[in-house]
Design a protein around this ligand. Structure first.
Ligand code: AMP
Length: 414
């Protein structure tokens, strides 16, 4: 099945076409046909495109909205210019898989999209006002383009975390706020945490039930998840993606009273403080320089900048603190798994996070760690009892696989 994977944001859209099959022996066969990104939707959009031979193209086109983008993309992919011979016309796309940020308490699994599911996603807009409306636009645009006959599947960032127990998802605020407004921890990056947990158990030849790990997704957004028996039992992001680890521009955990203090002292409205905590904080806020970890590390090597060093130290300390907290909450784990742009590519940050974790049986092997960039490998020493792995994430692949699995009505493979 040729699956178009769509991740639609406010002014950008990421896409891939992945040919995925689910064989009788419950093995997936995947073949990535092309991938790319469209930025600057609403004006002269920039399209970056790469086919399976690795040929890249970059061009512009006036694309007013997501409908125009999808229409343009599919016609381009089907044309001779794309170098994707498997797709000759719209009919060669057999299904569409959508990344949907918030599934609230409604969706514990990926769902075949019909009118009822679409209404459910709309009901979750209140929980993710910046994200769900764009995801819905992507779904509606694909419906217009392909008609209702081509199946579409929604894969939610939140659904992997549905197994989190009450004691971990409830905030200690008056209970009626949970009842009335669904104020609770939902967690995000679920597709990424689920994918690397799946790769980890495949690498080690374990079953889902035998998978007891802490996954650290460290990208521009960052989150940690405690996975026990293959299920998420706690995660660092909360009702929104602001809670938890230090991120590129988000603060992560802070004393909630600070919101009021900043508002009062800086003459800001609560929503302005919210924007500050989401877009001006984290690595960018502390360093005063950039949200990009690679640039921070390069800067530190050249100039020994104190605030850059502090940003990196606070980032790594917070991640280590979460490892400790989750080790306690899940009664120990077998491994810590790093993923995301930073987790996959920065041996230095991985080593700093694991520093002083010998007490827990975690020792990073310097050579293995250094060699492991953008590939999967164990990075801990042979005598570690808490292992460490780096595993590149692949959310699009999991979306394509879920799309096929849901269409075929198959349960999760274990
Ligand atoms: P993501 O959101 O997963 O694309 O991750 C983006 C983050 O990963 C940015 O902070 C990048 O600077 C960081 N990153 C990517 N490559 C490296 C690298 N080689 N070293 C350090 N950070 C990196």
């Amino acid at each position: 099945m040729n699956v178009l994977v769509v991740n639609s944001g406010s002014s950008s859209l990421k896409f891939q076409v992945i040919a995925t099959g689910l064989e009788r022996i419950k093995q997936y066969t995947d073949h990535r046909l092309c991938r790319g990104e469209v930025e600057g939707i609403g004006g002269e959009a920039i399209i970056q495109f790469k086919n399976q031979q690795g040929q890249s193209q970059k061009f512009t086109a006036p694309l007013r909205d997501i409908s125009a983008v999808l229409d343009y993309l599919v016609r381009f992919i089907a044309s001779d210019k794309s170098g994707v011979p498997e797709i000759k016309n719209t009919g060669d796309i057999n299904a569409v898989g959508h990344r949907v940020v918030h599934g609230g308490e409604l969706f514990s699994e990926s769902a075949l999209i019909d009118d009822k599911v679409l209404r459910g996603i709309e009901d979750c807009i209140d929980l993710a006002p910046l994200h769900n409306p764009n995801n819905i636009k992507g779904i509606q645009a694909a419906r217009e383009l392909f008609g209702k006959t081509i199946p579409q599947v929604a894969v939610f960032d939140t659904s992997f975390h549905h197994s989190i127990p009450e004691q971990a998802y409830l905030y200690a605020v008056p209970y009626h706020l949970y009842r009335r407004h669904h104020i609770r921890r939902y967690g995000f990056h679920g597709t990424s945490h689920r994918y690397v947990a799946f790769r980890y158990r495949t690498l080690r030849g374990l079953t889902r039930e035998q998978t007891n790990i802490i996954t650290l997704h460290l990208g521009n957004g960052c989150s940690a998840t405690a996975i026990r028996g293959g299920n998420s039992v706690d995660t660092s992001m909360g009702m929104t993606p602001l809670e938890g680890l230090v991120m590129g521009t988000r603060s992560g955990d802070l004393d909630p009273a600070i919101v009021n203090v900043i508002a009062r002292k800086e003459g800001m409205s609560p929503s302005e403080v919210d924007t500050l905590l989401n877009t001006q904080s984290g690595l960018l806020g502390i360093s005063g320089l950039t949200n990009d970890m690679r640039e921070l590390q390069a800067e530190l090597k050249e100039h020994e900048d104190r605030r850059v060093r502090l940003a990196i130290e606070v980032f790594c300390y917070r991640a280590r603190k979460y490892i400790g907290a989750f080790l306690a909450s899940m009664s120990g784990a077998d491994a810590v798994v790093f993923t995301g742009g930073i987790g996959e590519n920065s041996p230095e940050i991985r080593a700093l996070i694991c520093e002083g974790m010998e007490w827990a049986g975690l020792m990073v092997d310097p050579a293995r760690n250094q060699e492991t960039v953008a590939r999967e490998s164990k990075i801990s020493t042979e005598d570690s009892t808490l292992l460490a792995y780096a595993i590149p994430t692949d959310e699009e692949l999991l979306i394509a696989r879920d799309t096929v699995r849901v269409i075929l009505g198959e349960p999760h493979p274990s």
